[in-house]
Write a protein that binds this ligand. Structure first.
Ligand code: NAP
Length: 240
């Protein structure tokens, strides 16, 4: 096993929760971080010797350095870091809500920077580690339905690419994972075919040790290769 200790931010539900369960089932010691402590405590009950629960709101970025230090001390090291927290409130096609947009920026962007910077610096110094961010196919193109969610995931992809270019030379792997629709609370309002959270998490875990950007399905890799190349004047006429 390439990693023995891990932090998962956004571990209380959906893909993050399943990632914690898969890692713990492999014997990895995991710090599970999110706001809903009761849900994290269920994971501790399931894996008492392996999962530790930490209640934290990623919007509180000033708390991150202290909490990161506390967690890495309690884990006795850190091999794997996963930033999975994300929000995508329902936004109407004619709506411009700064409150919703600010919340997405705080969770999907600023929380990611606050946590990933800590992990990046530690891994750079120890010359070892796997840094993972859960992006989205939604970040591949600016679509009419979710302007800020799309942009926040696009930010994450570019930020992680830059960290990869910094950290690869120090022996650190940076993996960006871009799921398509997954059956979770975040996507509850989307009526389309979705992958189960457990299956998505299994594929995510299989990509943790691979430098680069990864889709969860071959179909998405193929479809988004095409979608990214549709000229803007045509793309803006489509309802995708
Ligand atoms: N579902 C999809 O179709 C889909 C597709 C592509 C990408 N993704 C990405 O996958 C990731 C996981 O989402 P999911 O689909 O599994 O949805 P989910 O079940 O809603 O999980 C979101 C996770 O983020 C955490 N989170 C949200 N706000 C937070 C905050 N302020 N502080 C700390 N943690 C916070 C939640 O924990 P608490 O609420 O307990 O804090 C929860 O653990 C997200 O980054 C999402 O953008 C999802």
């Amino acid at each position: 096993m390439k990693y023995q200790t891990a932090i998962v931010i956004g571990a209380s539900s959906g893909i993050g929760r399943e990632i914690v369960r898969i890692l713990a089932a492999k014997g990895v010691k995991v710090a599970a971080v999110a706001r809903r402590k009761a849900l994290l405590d269920e994971l501790v009950t399931e894996f008492p010797s392996l999962v530790q629960a930490y209640e934290h709101d990623v919007v509180q970025t000033h708390d991150v350095p202290g909490l990161f230090l506390e967690i890495t001390k309690n884990l006795g090291g850190l091999d794997l870091f996963v930033y999975n927290s994300g929000v995508m409130p329902e936004v109407a096609a004619t709506e411009y809500s700064f409150d919703k947009d600010l919340h997405m920026v705080n969770v999907n962007i600023l929380g990611a920077i606050a946590w990933c910077n800590q992990a990046a610096e530690r891994f750079q110094n120890t010359k070892h580690g796997y840094l993972v961010g859960i992006g989205s196919v939604a970040g591949d193109r600016g679509r009419m339905l979710q302007p800020v969610y799309n942009a926040s995931k696009s930010f994450l992809h570019t930020y992680l690419e830059a960290l990869r270019n910094r950290l690869s030379r120090h022996g650190v792997v940076v993996s960006t994972i871009k799921p398509g629709p997954v059956d979770t609370e975040l996507a509850a309002h989307m009526s389309m075919k979705k992958m189960s959270a457990h299956h998505a998490a299994e594929i995510c875990v299989s990509k943790f040790t691979k430098n680069g950007e990864h889709y969860l399905a071959f179909f998405h890799r193929f479809a988004f290769y095409i979608i990214k190349r549709i000229p803007s004047p045509i793309f803006r006429k489509l309802k995708i």
